[in-house]
Write a protein that binds this ligand. Structure first.
Ligand code: ATP
Length: 141
């Protein structure tokens, strides 16, 4: 059976690299996008959210914070603004980031850019917290 090569890269590091991936489900700008082997060539933007990787019959999840995906000849390359596995996430830091963003958004004197930045920070924090919560629930199963 054909498999996918998957690379998830940020400016700082290689987050994920494997050659035996069965499926990648990404939060795309136009909704959830499933990439299986022999997918047609594709380039699109990623929304902040949770990315799912099917490998060896198991599913792994990562928080991903925007970026870009290219699919070509069973190779999936993701250039992400940031990405983390659940076990890499510092929950206190994400909680603090969520509180900070919410406090900023509660202030009325804010221009559109400040608002958009606070909203983006809030989304990143919520994606991190959601991933940790999902990982906890999976372990509890
Ligand atoms: P903060 O305000 O806490 O810095 P942020 O959302 O602004 O959060 P990013 O700019 O998205 O942070 O990420 C900067 C770097 O820090 C990236 O490498 C990212 O993976 C990492 N990072 C951010 N928040 C966390 C976290 N809660 N746990 C682990 N790594 C994190």
């Amino acid at each position: 059976m054909a498999l996918l090569k998957l690379e998830i890269i940020t400016a700082e590091r290689i987050v994920y690299s494997a050659e035996d991936v069965e499926k990648v489900v990404i939060p795309g700008v136009e909704g959830e996008l499933t990439v299986l082997p022999r997918h047609a060539p594709l380039m699109t933007m990623i929304q902040p959210g949770i990315l799912r990787i099917g490998r060896g019959g198991q599913e792994e999840e990562l928080a991903i914070h925007g970026g870009f995906i290219e699919v070509r000849e069973n190779k999936v390359t993701i250039l992400a603004d940031a990405a983390e596995r659940a076990e890499e996430i510092d929950v206190e830091r994400a909680e603090a980031a969520r509180r900070r963003a919410q406090e900023r958004m509660a202030q009325r004197r804010m221009d559109d850019i400040e608002w958009a930045m606070a909203q983006a920070a809030l989304r990143r924090a919520l994606a991190r917290l959601k991933l940790v919560e999902r990982a906890r629930r999976r372990r509890g199963r």
